[in-house]
Design a protein around this ligand. Sequence first.
Ligand code: FUL
Length: 658
Amino acid sequence: MEKYAFVHFSMNTFMDVEWGYGDVSAKHFNPTDLDCKQWVKLFKASGLKGVILTAKHHDGFCLWPSKYTDYSVKNSPWKDGKGDLVRELSDACRQAGLKFGIYLSPWDRNHADYGTSKYLTYFRNQLTELLTNYGDIFEVWFDGANGGDGYYGGARETRKVNRRTYYNWPSLFKLVKKLQPKAVIFGDGGPGCRWCGDEEGWVGQTNWSTLYKDSVWNGYPHYKELRYGHKGGDMWVPAEVNVSVRPGWFYHTSEDHKVKTVEQLVDFYYQSVGRNGTLLLNFPIDKRGWIHEIESERMLQMTTILARDFKDNLAPKAAEVTASSIRMEDEYFAPEKVIDDNGLTYWVPSEKDKKPFIQLNWDAPITFNRLMLQEFITLGQRVSSFQVEVLLDGAWKVLDQQTTIGYKRILRLPTTSTKGVRVTILSAAAVPLLSHIGVYNAPKLLVAPTLHRNQKGFVALRSSDPEATLYYTLDGTDPTSASKRYTAPFIVRTPIEVRAISADEISGDKSEVTAHLFTSDKRNWCVFPPTEETKSNDPSFLFDGEESTTYMQTQKELPINLILDLGSKQSICGFTYLPDQARWSKGIILGYRFYTSLDNQHWSLVKTGDFSNIKNHPILQTETFPSVEAHYVKFQAIRTTDGTAIAGYAEFEVLVSK
Ligand code: FUL
């Protein structure tokens, strides 16, 4: 299925948490405008083949009116308790031709009996409801997170279970098999498909679809092995890469600015489907009951980019496909089978051929940067290392060397022009069977570059595509391919606007423009009084132009002062403040006072206020005021979003008048 959707939506959405205790009333579940058809429409348009819904997350709240608990939609105001989200989504999927799957958390922090055998009956009953009443289920997702503190019917305690033995997994797997014989069972180590060992959107470049039985049972402690699988393993458990389009699995307004960029989404595809895995891409549903507009748009962009990358397969245009050998000179296993667009046919080299190769030759040079390889997976995953060569000036030159192929392997290679591509299988567990070779020339991924200026004044431009060319201007005009080409960081100290684009030199395509007006010279700025720095907390983080480093001030109480010595008297007209950008950010300043001084003794209050919506949207804040002379500035944090006496700054900059 290659790619399919995950949907996280539950009580957590309304409580703004990732893991609920199961202690809040069902009354809080109240989407205002729930529309499963909107989700399904987006999934269809994005080429996702199915959806897995969190029917019950760890907090025990059920999205269907289960007969066995009151903690469900039936006691919520949504549709006056008459709603059934599992029904709505499964119906919408069926109508649209998408497959439907369920996530049912074994851990239940609401249920009074959790930890005893009574709960196991409850869990089986729920599973039976879900696998009986909602049509075909393609996947059943058993989450690995298990046991710990919870509400547990009011006991509010910590309950630990032996995750390996408590649930009686073999009997649960039997139940799934009985009720939904075709369903794939996801568990950390299988049995149907496995966790990929991270939640960051990648599986190993070496990725065997096999595991040794029971060796990585339920993930820990050997979960890292799940990233690569086990060569020679006796269970067939392909890796599924589950990752969210936002930092969290559930929707939080405060993460609206952290939706994964289109480049990251495209990377997820190459790092999962392109590495013999599947991509289970999660969409947090918002309080309205919608997929937020930001990710809808990004998804469509990602889809367009992938469609462009694989638009034109150059392999079938090859003048000839030859191989080092064919098994018994049998036409049925001929090399051309790799370009016949039929996944059931494949090239088979001779058993005696220890390093078989297959090569494509074109009459005129082709230009390519993507190579897609597929093994005939019905007969297992065999290749354990291979090499890619190209014909340059009459000689074969190695372009890449890799390990596994599996169902699908896609290599992103440097753009190369050649009349020949050769793939040599260096080692394999059995005679290698290649069913498909695709050769593509993907356009560059051109997104506006990011600009970073450090304290010395060096401006660095960064782009997502290593092969893109970056152009910039310093005179306020939009850059073109005739503008200055970026090769290394350059210095900007006086007020100057830098504008930049990423471009493809050959096609002439270009990104949107990034622009930033740098007004100050930060070289002599320092924090007063000089503060001791540590590796992880250095005042210079304030001015280093890097979002990823944050300077934190921790005190007993607010207010907290940040005094900057600007090195000399200057005319200033504002400041910018970028709060901590980490996933679990700290020290976000809500209310501030801004003072200036000429002598670090007498201070004048220039501006005071609150940063509006900074809690939900901790992006760059810019405040301006009529010009004033200052040698020192004092930025005083008087309120923080979480009430703690911590002030954190990813960046802080004083704006100097022109
Ligand atoms: C994890 C869970 O704890 C998260 O909340 C989420 O559901 C993710 C897909 O799996 O183990």
